[in-house]
Design a protein. Structure first.
Length: 336
């Protein structure tokens, strides 16, 4: 491992001069700085994180706040987390993952220390109790999700309302007149989790606009619950021909349940979903879907934070337009 003394020897200066060149705490000549920087590049020296923090009063650590509450689909959460970590490392930052449901107390505990320079907050609720604190912190933050009142905050996410609308528009364009949304587990709606509420808003608005018969049914993340919801929908909506799924955990088992109940996909029933592309592609019946762009959202959230840490302006709202891919699970409504 290359040490600061190796850089000093290579550049022909003292270790303290190398330290000043890195931290900027004391002035050195431009010629000396260039010589030190050239030696750092030549030797591949990377300053120790603790030394950088002491020198700059920064930790070079970001906090990723994602309470692992009931109803959260962990594999998708981890896609966001991996993207955040990977992008942060490109900016020479590490990531502290906070998963406990501590609300304001947990945020303040971290913010009142020198542990992190900035925060990325997930699982945002429409009326999130953490928002007043986030607005008052002296550390920048970015929310992955949009609360009902986003003024004074920096938010990024897929446009889930537009995603819900896109799924219904696709089904309506194929002639479907009776549709249903099978959504997240009930507790997600009880918490008024923003992305889930936005999907319902978009689904309902588009269904009303096209004068479709529609229903919204939350669903626990289990095959048994998927079967029960499928049975309920067919009992309550015997003319059902189009389904939108916003619940990655039950997408495959719900498709299986409908087929076991005698409906062929897509011959009798068209299914579309809002989910990661790799999941939609991997199913026995590949599903037409709006992509969940976790990699892009996580990466852009970090980029927004980096700009804020550099004192640069950023947009308050970044909404990613939905992108739908037709994989054959949807077809024209069959006419008896």
């Amino acid at each position: 491992m290359v040490k600061i003394t190796d850089v000093a020897r290579h550049a022909g200066v003292s270790p303290s001069t190398v330290s000043y060149a890195i931290s900027g705490k004391r002035p050195i000549s431009e010629e000396t700085r260039r010589r030190v920087e050239a030696s750092i590049r030549a030797l591949g020296y990377r300053p120790h994180a603790g030394a950088r923090a002491l020198a700059s009063s920064k930790s070079n650590v970001l906090a990723l706040v994602v309470p692992l509450r009931a109803g959260i689909h962990v594999p998708v959460v981890m896609q966001f987390a991996v993207s955040v970590v990977t992008t942060a490392r490109r900016h020479d930052h590490d990531v502290l993952l906070l998963t406990q449901e501590e609300g304001e107390e947990g945020l303040r505990r971290v913010a009142d220390t020198a542990l992190v320079d900035a925060l990325i907050v997930m699982d945002v609720q429409l009326h999130d109790p953490r928002l007043p604190l986030l607005r008052s912190l002296d550390r920048p933050s970015v929310l992955i999700g949009f609360p009902a009142e986003a003024a004074g905050l920096t938010c990024i996410d897929l446009d889930f309302k537009a995603a819900g609308e896109a799924c219904v528009e696709h089904l309506a364009g194929l002639g479907h007149r009776v549709v249903a949304l099978v959504g997240s587990p009930p507790e997600v709606y009880v918490r008024q989790t923003a992305f889930a509420q936005r999907v319902v808003q978009g689904f309902t608005a588009a269904a009303d606009r096209h004068r479709l018969s529609s229903a919204v049914r939350p669903c626990e993340a289990s095959p048994a619950a998927a079967r029960a919801v499928a049975e309920q929908l067919l009992r309550e909506q015997p003319g059902l021909t189009g389904v939108v799924v916003h619940n990655e955990a039950i997408l495959e088992s719900l498709t299986d349940a409908f087929e076991q109940l005698g409906l062929r996909v897509p011959g009798d029933l068209s299914i579309t979903a809002i989910c990661p592309d790799e999941l939609a592609e991997s199913l026995r019946v590949p599903v037409t879907s709006v992509a969940l762009p976790s990699t892009e959202v996580g990466s852009r959230a970090v980029e927004l934070l980096m700009r804020k840490l550099d004192g640069k302006g950023v947009p308050e709202a970044t909404l990613l337009a939905p992108r739908m891919t037709d994989r054959g699970s949807t077809g024209r409504r069959s006419v008896a």
